[in-house]
Design a protein around this ligand. Structure first.
Ligand code: NAP
Length: 544
C-alpha cells in the first residue's frame, strides 16, 4: 500500500474535505468508495481531529467507546478491540489511525495543510481552495468537516504573553510530555475538560488552584476496563447496539430513558432510583432518567437536590462544597461533565477553589495572574476554557459563495442551514458535523450525515449537478431547529452554554446552534428529502 499522497496542488480533484477527524475520515471513505477523487486537507500533523488536538492528560470519551466508533463496516467492528468502557484520547487516536489504514485512506489525507480560503467560482462551477502555503486546488465539491468544538477559546483577559511560566489550552495540548511535578498550577475552567484534567494534575503538582466560573452538575463516569469476554459479548451484540444508538435513542447514546414523571415516585423511591443511576457508568443520570427531569423545572429540582447532596457528601469542606454546587442552571441544561474523583480532589490539602463569580481574573503578570481580590503566583496556567463552539472554526477560513458572499456574514446572527448540511448561496458545499444538526453522541449523527452526503454527491457527480440549498428551505429548517429546542430548563439568564449563541443574535435571544429532535427523526427527514429529488435544493447543470 502506498502512503505517499499524490500531489494535488494546482490540480482539479473531485472533492476536497477539510478536516481529518471522525467526520472527515468517514466522508473521505464515503466519497472515494463511490468513485469520487476526494482528498482531505487538515492543518494537524495527524488524523483524529478533536482526538488529535485534545491530548491533555485525563482526556477520554464520555460516551461508551463501542457506541462511538463507526458502524458502517462489520469487519471493522470485528477487528477493533476497545480496552475501556470510556477510551482514552490515545486509544481513540489509535482507532482513527486504524480506520485510515484499514480502508487505505492515508494517501488521500494531506496533513500540515491549513486552508485559508475556499471560493466558489461560478464560471467554472468549481471551488478554489487556497492553503496557507500558497497553493491552490480546484474541486467540484467541497465538504467542511471542521468539528463543532475545535476553535479554542481563552478568557477575555489581555496580557497572557507577560506570564513567564508555562501555559497550555486543553484543546491545543502539546505532543511533548508536560510535567506537573512539584509545580504550582492554575486550571481555569470547569467544563468537561477541566473536570477531567484537575484530578490528574493534582496527583503530582505542588498545588492546584481551580478557577471556576460556573460550577457544573458532574456525575461519576464509573469507567472500567473491557476484558476479552466483555469485548466478545459487545461484538456479539453489535446489531442490537447499532439498532439502539442509530435508530432508537434520540441522543445516539445506549441508554434508554423513562417515560412518565419522577414526581410520581414517592420521595424515598426517587432517591433510591437516582442512587441507582448515579452508580451506573456513563451519562445515565441524564439518559436513563425520567423524561421530565430536563423539561419540568420541579422534576429538574429533584435531581438538582439529589446531586447537591452528593457533592456535600463527597467534599469535606462545607464552604468548598457549596461553591461547587451550581446555582445558575439545572441539571441537563448544559452537557453534564463525567468525572472520576473530581469532587474528592478538593479534599487534598494542595487543591483549592476560586470562584470567578466572586473574584474574576483581571490580568496576567510575569509570576501568575491577578483577580479583583489578589495576586496569585503560578508555574503553569492550564486553560480548560472551552471553545468558540459550533461555528468558531468556520470563522477561521474565508469561505465565499455566490457573488463573493462570506459564510460568516450569512451566519452573523446565527447559523442558517438546510438540515445542517448546506447553506443557500454556497453551491456544491456540504457540511458534515456542523451547526443545526447534532447533539448527544456526535459520531452517530456524523455517520448518518456523511453517508447522506456520499450518496448526494455521487448522484450529483454522475449527473453533473450543481446543488444548492434554497433560501426558503434553509429558513424553514433554521426556524425548525430553534423551535424544537424550546427553553433549556432552569438555565439562568446570561448563563453560558456552548449549545447556544448568546451574543449578537437577531432579537437578543439565545439561538440554538445544534438540533435536538434526535437521530432517528433526523435521519428519516434527510432521507425523505433525498428520495424526493432533493427537495429543498436547487439543482442546475455544472459548467464542465
Ligand atoms: P466548556 O464546557 O465550554 O467549559 C469551559 C469552561 O471554561 C467553563 O467552566 C466556563 O465557564 C469556563 N470559561 C469559559 N470562558 C470563560 C471566561 N471568559 N472566563 C472564565 N471562565 C470561562 O468546554 P469543555 O470543558 O472543553 O467542554 C466542551 C464540550 O466538549 C463538552 O460539553 C463535551 O461535549 C466535549 N468534551 C467532552 C469530553 C469527554 O468527556 N469526552 C471532554 C472534554 C470535552 P462557564 O460555564 O461559566 O461558561
Amino acid at each position: 500500500m502506498t502512503t505517499k499522497s499524490p500531489a494535488i496542488e494546482g490540480q482539479k480533484v473531485g472533492a476536497i474535505v477539510i478536516g481529518a477527524g471522525i467526520a472527515g475520515v468517514k466522508q473521505l471513505y464515503e466519497l472515494r468508495s463511490r468513485g469520487i477523487d476526494a482528498h482531505i486537507l487538515d492543518a494537524a500533523g495527524g488524523v483524529g481531529g478533536t482526538w488529535y488536538w485534545n491530548r491533555y492528560p485525563g482526556c477520554r470519551f464520555d460516551v461508551e467507546s463501542y457506541t462511538y466508533g463507526y458502524f458502517f463496516s462489520r469487519e471493522l467492528l470485528e477487528e477493533w478491540t476497545w480496552t475501556e468502557e470510556f477510551a482514552t484520547q490515545k486509544e481513540i487516536e489509535r482507532y482513527v489511525n486504524f480506520v485510515v489504514d484499514k480502508f487505505e485512506l492515508r494517501p488521500f489525507i494531506h496533513l500540515n495543510t491549513r486552508v485559508d480560503a475556499a471560493t466558489w467560482d461560478e464560471g467554472s462551477s468549481l471551488w478554489r481552495i487556497n492553503t496557507a502555503s500558497g497553493s491552490e486546488i480546484h474541486a467540484e465539491y467541497f465538504v467542511t468537516a471542521l468539528g463543532i468544538l475545535s476553535a479554542p477559546r481563552y478568557p477575555d483577559v489581555e496580557g497572557l504573553e507577560k506570564f513567564d511560566g508555562e501555559h497550555y489550552h486543553t484543546g491545543l495540548w502539546p505532543h511533548e510530555e508536560v510535567s506537573f511535578k512539584d509545580k504550582h498550577v492554575a486550571v481555569v475552567g470547569t467544563g468537561s475538560s477541566g473536570v477531567q484534567i484537575v484530578p490528574i494534575v493534582a496527583e503530582d503538582a505542588a498545588s492546584v488552584t481551580v478557577f471556576q466560573r460556573s460550577p457544573n452538575w458532574c456525575t461519576p463516569l464509573n469507567n472500567k476496563p473491557i476484558k476479552t469476554t466483555r469485548m466478545n459479548e459487545i461484538r456479539s451484540r453489535y446489531d442490537e447496539i447499532s439498532e439502539t444508538v442509530n435508530n432508537t435513542t434520540a441522543s445516539g447514546f445506549i441508554h434508554l430513558g423513562r417515560s412518565g414523571s419522577i414526581l410520581d415516585l414517592p420521595p424515598e423511591e426517587r432517591t433510591e432510583f437516582l442512587e441507582g443511576i448515579y452508580n451506573e457508568s456513563g451519562m445515565t443520570m441524564l439518559y436513563r432518567n425520567y423524561e421530565d427531569v430536563t423539561t419540568d423545572p420541579e422534576a429538574n429540582d429533584v435531581v438538582n437536590e439529589f446531586l447537591a447532596e452528593k457533592i456535600r457528601s463527597r467534599v469535606n469542606d462545607p464552604e468548598t462544597a457549596e461553591k461547587l454546587i451550581p446555582r445558575n442552571h439545572g441539571f441537563g441544561a448544559k452537557r453534564p461533565p463525567q468525572e472520576t474523583n473530581y469532587y474528592e480532589t478538593f479534599n487534598k490539602e494542595s487543591v483549592s477553589l476560586v470562584s470567578m463569580f466572586d473574584e474574576p481574573i483581571v490580568s496576567y503578570n510575569a509570576d501568575g495572574l491577578s483577580t479583583t481580590e489578589k495576586a496569585y503566583e503560578f508555574d503553569m496556567i492550564i486553560f480548560a476554557s472551552g471553545f468558540d463552539a459550533v461555528t468558531g472554526s468556520y470563522s477561521k477560513i474565508d469561505i465565499r459563495g455566490l457573488d463573493g458572499i462570506k459564510l460568516m456574514d450569512v451566519w452573523e446572527k446565527g447559523p442558517l442551514t438546510y438540515f445542517g448540511l448546506a447553506v443557500p448561496g454556497f453551491p456544491n458545499m456540504l457540511i458534515a458535523g456542523g451547526p443545526q444538526s447534532t447533539r448527544g453522541n456526535i459520531s452517530r449523527f456524523v455517520e448518518a450525515q456523511t453517508e447522506w452526503i456520499g450518496e448526494c454527491l455521487e448522484t450529483a457527480y454522475e449527473n453533473g449537478w450543481v446543488i444548492e440549498a434554497t433560501q426558503q428551505a434553509a429558513e424553514e429548517w433554521s426556524a425548525h431547529v430553534a423551535g424544537q429546542a424550546g427553553e433549556p430548563v432552569n438555565l439562568g439568564e446570561g448563563v453560558h452554554s456552548w449549545f447556544l449563541q448568546q451574543e449578537n443574535t437577531e432579537d437578543g435571544k439565545p439561538v440554538f446552534l445544534v438540533g435536538t429532535e434526535g437521530l432517528p427523526v433526523y435521519r428519516k427527514t434527510i432521507a425523505q428529502a433525498a428520495a424526493n429529488q432533493y427537495r429543498g435544493f436547487a439543482i442546475t447543470a455544472a459548467v464542465r
